[in-house]
Design a protein around this ligand. Structure first.
Ligand code: BGC
Length: 381
């Protein structure tokens, strides 16, 4: 936690400077990166709107233990406040019951709209029903809210696309299309109670399954089912323990692991720690390791060779898109959406806006993360 907080202070400060600069120039798209394409149009206007006066938005975030959610929360608060909304931003430190209580408090203290990035996507059904009874619109942030009809819109990234980027990176860098291999691979997935984890896994396996079937990728442990490879709460510690077990159980007889599919930078750190513990060294038979979120430590690890790639999800763009949804529901308008089919939560297909994820590797760190203003050079060196 201290590691995360320390590393994020610099980045957050630079983001604040960037966002205030954007507000001064009144060019709203300044908060979006050059690569965001149409996503940049998602950025909300940064001048106060009369309709925001006296309105309060509750923003429920899952945890501060990973950098991205701190950025998401800061961006949401900052952008909503610029428009004139009051913001109640809460983090629940991956405690499902704490998140339920926080949302209950937001409802009783008069929130006009709720933005929720859930911990357990199905655990909020009752509290969201309460919001609905009180006519408080709810927007799902990044993670789909499952089994409820009390959700109006969903702002997220193309979650299957994240998996596709990871799968394609492995396919290309391992030369699988050119018939190279066989390679030993182990697979990890995210939290089973997070819909995104399933979408990512589907996207990655769509690319990799043919190579597993054709024998060019060998899952030495034989563990390929989602329920065997998933990591509850995306926990670094659980991932490290699983990797240690895989190494001692299946790789102690002279076999090396060549590739590890990791769906999140935090999980990648756990995997790397287990590998180091088992005597692997960067530069010497160190496996290809993927990731997600472009955390500052992951970017440093990509530079040093400890991690091979990550997936950048620009939290400025996502927050800006979500803010346009808040504005729309509070003003009785329709926000822009670009997906009406992918996200069935068990009760309804939630109208969604999917932002573009971008694969990051050594060669495009400068362009995607520095030139876009997301990080300063000093954040990642
Ligand atoms: C998010 C990822 C994140 C993961 C762990 C997922 O729901 O989409 O960006 O890496 O949670 O926090």
């Amino acid at each position: 936690m201290n590691r995360v907080l320390k590393s994020i202070v610099g980045a957050t400060l630079s983001l604040c400077v960037l966002v205030s600069a954007a507000a001064c120039t009144s060019t709203p798209t300044n908060t979006a990166p050059a690569n965001a394409g149409t996503d940049s149009q998602a950025a909300a206007s940064s001048s106060p709107t009369p309709s925001a006066k006296g309105k309060k938005v509750g923003v429920a975030m899952p945890t501060k233990s990973s950098e991205r959610w701190i950025r998401d929360g800061n961006n949401m608060k900052d952008q909503l406040e610029k428009l004139g909304y009051a913001v109640d931003l809460q983090y629940a430190e991956d405690d499902v019951q704490a998140q339920v209580s926080q949302i209950e408090n937001m409802i009783t203290s008069g929130a006009n709209c709720l933005v929720v990035a859930s911990i357990d996507s199905s655990a909020l059904v009752n509290v969201l029903e309460e919001a609905k009874k009180n006519s408080i619109p709810v927007i799902a942030y990044d993670r789909l809210l499952m089994d409820t009809d009390a959700v109006s819109y969903y702002a997220t990234f193309d979650n299957k696309g994240v998996g596709t980027l990871i799968g394609k990176y492995i396919e290309e860098k391992a030369g699988l299309k050119d018939g190279k291999g066989p390679y030993n691979i182990e697979l990890f997935a995210g939290s089973p109670d997070d819909n995104n984890a399933h979408f990512l896994n589907t996207g990655a396996m769509e690319v990799l399954q043919p190579y597993i079937d054709g024998g060019k990728l060998k899952v030495v442990s034989g563990q390929t089912d989602f329920d065997k490879i998933c990591i509850l709460r995306w926990s670094q510690e659980t991932a490290q323990k699983r990797m240690e077990d895989l190494l001692s159980g299946y790789y102690s007889t002279g076999k090396d692991v060549d590739i590890v599919l990791s769906p999140f930078d935090g999980i990648s750190y756990g995997i790397a720690a287990a590998l180091e513990g088992a005597g692997y060294k960067v530069g010497e038979k160190w496996p290809m390791i993927t990731g997600q979120d472009a955390e500052t430590m992951a970017v440093k690890n990509i530079r040093s060779g400890k991690q091979s790639m990550t997936v950048f999800k620009d939290t400025r763009v996502l927050a800006a898109k979500c803010v346009t949804m808040v504005q729309a529901v509070l003003e009785g308008k329709e926000p822009e959406i670009n997906d009406k089919t992918s996200y069935n939560n068990g009760k309804l297909v939630v109208p969604s806006y999917l932002c573009n994820p971008v694969a990051i590797y050594k060669d495009n760190i400068q362009k995607e993360l520095i030139d876009s203003g997301y990080y300063k050079q000093s954040d990642i060196s």
